[in-house]
Design a protein around this ligand. Structure first.
Ligand code: PNS
Length: 166
């Protein structure tokens, strides 16, 4: 059993997930085709002023993935590489939608490599219909009364509307 656990391919999909949307879900599904276990790692950082607390974000993710034995939900604070080391992950998974994402991601991937050379970062591309989705845009549209159905899971949408429209 221990030997089997050792040989498991573990990928960490880190992010703020404030809140999770369909683009994120698509990336988790794609990651499951590449790894034995995918750990969705929720950044616990109040300085980003999230709409949802880290406990709420973890709870929503746990509900969404409760039937997926190969998906684990964790929160982390501090350096992502330290978290990856602690959970024996060999790979970080990030999404790439646009060139702007690449400009944001490349320095992080290179810094993470500096800190933990054995850890790889891979970039996955979401389905084209989700390529314009971001948590911040969804929050802005929702806050201003726009329709966000179909962009994120229904339960998450309801909780977001509850938060932003009171
Ligand atoms: O969903 P986000 O907000 O784009 O995710 C950003 C995240 C969580 C991947 C990034 O902020 C991060 O890794 N934070 C942890 C702190 C850290 O390790 N910083 C150095 C990264 S080079």
């Amino acid at each position: 059993m221990a030997a089997r656990e050792k040989s498991q391919r573990i990928g960490v999909f880190p992010g703020s997930f404030d809140p999770i949307h369909n683009g994120h879900l698509d990336l988790v599904e794609r990651s499951l085709g590449l790894f034995d276990q995918v750990i969705v790692a929720v950044l616990d950082n109040e300085s980003k002023r999230p709409v949802f607390t880290v406990e709420e974000r973890v709870e929503m993710l746990e509900e969404l993935f409760e039937r997926r034995a190969s998906v684990r939900i964790e929160s982390f604070s501090g350096l992502l590489v330290d978290f990856a080391r602690a959970v024996s992950a060999g790979t970080l998974i990030r999404g790439l939608r646009t060139g702007a994402d690449f400009d944001y991601e490349l320095p992080m991937a290179l810094m993470n490599r500096r800190l933990f050379p054995e850890l790889e970062t891979i970039f996955l591309v979401p389905r084209a219909e989700y390529a314009d989705l971001s948590s911040s845009l969804i929050k802005e549209v929702c806050r201003l009364g726009g329709e966000v159905s179909g962009l994120l899971p229904e339960g998450v949408r309801k909780r977001l509307e509850g938060k932003l429209r009171g």
